[in-house]
Design a protein around this ligand. Sequence first.
Ligand code: CP
Ligand code: NVA
Length: 308
Amino acid sequence: MNPRHLVSAADLTKEEIEALFQETLSLKEALRKGETQDFLRGKTLALVFEKPSARTRISFEVAMTQLGGHAVYLSRDDIGLGVRESVKDFALMAARQVDGIAARTFSHSTIEELAQNSSVPVINALSDYLHPCQALTDLFTIQEKLGRLENVKLAYVGDGNNVARSLAITCAKVGVKFAVASPEGYGLSDDFVEFLKTVVPGDLKDVFSKTTNAQEAVKGADVVYTDVWASMGQEAEAAERKKIFGPFQVNSALLKSARGNCLVMHCLPAHRGQEITDEVIDSPRSIVFDQAENRLHIAKAVLKWLIV
Ligand code: CP
Ligand code: NVA
């Protein structure tokens, strides 16, 4: 039987996302009360990571520990996916030994190929194209902070990257208005916007907008979000991007266009002084470390959903 995977938030229905958030909340509460949860006793998760990670690796390793299971970390050099061994052969083999695979890869097709060939759940722990665990965490965090997702506007200012795409998909699923501002040539592609139309139940225009003007995107926003200007794998473009992305810095001046009490988010790691200023990331409106903490609680809920 082909198991459920989490390759994209588009794989989940709105109801499944709501149930996942409910589970996340109850797992977070249980941890706070010191209750032991061991429904993954004897289970093993393989962490297949082609790129560096702090939050994602920690969240899945700690999640497995807290749930009574175990995680095996495998770096790019350990496996040599597609070099030492084909992606398909790795998936067929690993699924005979572990109960789930969380994979962080360059190419999104590597995660899709793992999922196609694995008889155990595959979780996208970030690809060049998507970062669903991050976006699910972010929407959960907004719900936690604002007490609702209805009539919320999230403005994303910066590169039209993996995090931006996953936020756009997850917002479309749960009905949060998503406004994205990126420099010309660095925004979400027309193809992606066409795909988004298939995710939204109604008219995409009601919940999604795209601009090259940061002030316009953050106007009236309840939440302002940013991410690095050069993602992992784009290091060679970093200097060039730094010159282009200046007007897209999340700073106090930009936030004047948002709601007075707007929250500020960043998936981290942050390049302070580039996409976000110290003043903003260290301000009371910044919830970046609540987001980071919630990666753990979402990871546990995802593992419970897919593996138990
Ligand atoms: N936000 C996030 O995924 O962080 P890491 O790259 O450190 O895992
Ligand atoms: N867009 C960033 C996110 C890191 C969590 C990257 O892919 O490097």
